[in-house]
Ligand binder design. Structure first.
Ligand code: COA
Length: 211
């Protein structure tokens, strides 16, 4: 069983730890986080061993557990480690249909479904019960919150965030860093960097950190 380190002592890290412990696909060796006050503390059954830089000298595989895609991207950019250093994790209850590909670093939590020929980019996170249907394409560092649903042939750019229980109509594209609010019904493409919400979803604002 491969040993992994979780990077960032976040809520997502606790969820990922629980998911791995329930699935038994990896052994979690510990957590790394730059907050020195956490070093030596326990996070559930594992210890916070030290800062993120420790990852360079360790032999375990890694999972980026910062909740926001742009934070996962920042950590990956700073460490500049080869993709082969990163694990993937999918909870045992996730259904990954034929032709579905998970790139290195992906985390797929309980009850997610990818029906067929779904492509999920590096370090993307699917929270519980996210539903992806045929031919969806996710860029790197995408995040789907719990219950988010993508109809067929949807394209998500890098670091896109889809809020919980939001739904995206088929064949739409969301540009890099786009955000869709929780509970939204999206009927139009979202340009890069914009935040939309509502049912039907409308633009809230342009580039601004959110999600
Ligand atoms: C869309 C979102 C990113 C906007 O956050 P924000 O920038 O802090 O925006 P605000 O809360 O200031 O809201 C701005 C306006 O948008 C509206 N709004 C915010 N989120 C909305 C949503 N999901 N649906 C409809 N309207 C929404 C607010 O009512 C407000 O309208 P008003 O100006 O008329 O009062 C956020 O509300 C959201 O939905 N985040 C996702 C949360 C989520 O899914 N978490 C799951 C974690 S697992």
């Amino acid at each position: 069983m491969a040993r992994v380190l979780l990077l960032a002592a976040s809520g997502l890290a606790r969820e990922t730890l629980a998911s791995i412990e329930s699935t038994g696909d990896h052994e979690v060796a510990g957590v790394l986080d730059d907050n020195a006050r956490l070093h030596g503390n326990m996070m559930g059954s594992v210890r916070v061993l030290g800062g993120l830089e420790l990852a360079r000298g360790r032999t375990e595989q890694l999972l980026l557990c910062a909740g926001q895609g742009r934070h996962r991207a920042a950590i990956a950019g700073r460490l500049a480690l080869d993709d082969s250093r990163y694990a993937t994790h999918a909870h045992a209850s996730a259904f990954l249909g034929a032709g579905t590909r998970l790139a290195p670093g992906c985390i797929v939590l309980a009850g997610c479904v990818a029906t067929a020929d779904v492509s999920i980019g590096r370090h993307s996170v699917l929270m519980p019960h996210a539903m992806l249907t045929h031919d969806d394409r996710l860029g790197d560092y995408a995040t789907l919150a719990a219950g988010a649903t993508l109809a067929g042939s949807v394209q998500l750019g890098d670091r896109v965030y889809i809020g919980s229980n939001a739904t995206v109509r088929e064949n739409l594209s969301l540009g890099a860093d786009a955000v869709l609010g929780m509970g939204s019904a999206l009927l139009h493409d979202i340009p890069a960097g914009e935040t939309w919400a509502g049912s039907p979803a409308r633009k809230l604002y342009g580039s601004r950190a959110a999600g």
